[in-house]
Ligand binder design. Sequence first.
Ligand SMILES: [Zn+2]
Length: 250
Amino acid sequence: MSFMDDNGPLADAGSTLRHTLANAFRMVDLTATLNEQTPCYPTDPPFTKSWHTLHSEQGFYVSRLEMGAHSGTHVDAPLHFLGDGFPDVAQLPLQALIGDAIALESPKDPGEDLTVADLAGADIKSGDIVLFRTGWDKRSASPAFFEDEWPGLQPSLVEELIRRGVKAVGGDIASADSPAAIAAGAPSHKLAGRAGMPIFEGLINLDQVIGQRFFFIGLPLKLQGGEASPIRAVALLPNVNPPSDAPQKR
Ligand SMILES: [Zn+2]
């Protein structure tokens, strides 16, 4: 047989994989759209996209992007606040960016941090990715995302997550540290970074995955020396009502 054999075992495997991906999981996009309205940290470069070549002139489009690496939904690598000698986004292991996850509903007002108390009753397993939904996502497409005292993670919460074997952390937060904590040296970024934990920031749509375990994918560009990178973040959830044409076990 050959790879081109439509009826061979490889074709069967491909068909099964396609059915599994399409039918076994429901996908939720946890990513904010990047555009010129994407809010950016007050001292970061804003997102701009322009045409480097025009379709009307050269017959094809090529765009030029300029942006801070923390624009929109993104992941921070330990290099961000710990500096040289700590992993960049290209060095983050894939296993730390993909896997079993849980999202916790933890509403916060400006000036309120996430604390250990926000873990009450949460079914967290060693190796999980833990994501918090504070409600700050309501500001995610507006300059207000970086106004007021946004909620950060208290250092004692990061320590507790590390103690429980959590491999990555994040949420709808503007930053893992509040403005006051950043001014004091960003202790939560540093704690997570020393533990090798990626920090996912600027996630949206977490309200659609609260209260259930899911499979999280948050992959950065493989940027050498990158302290952060935009990601396309996706939640895969078990599909409770798979279509009836799903392949049967043989
Ligand atoms: Zn960041």
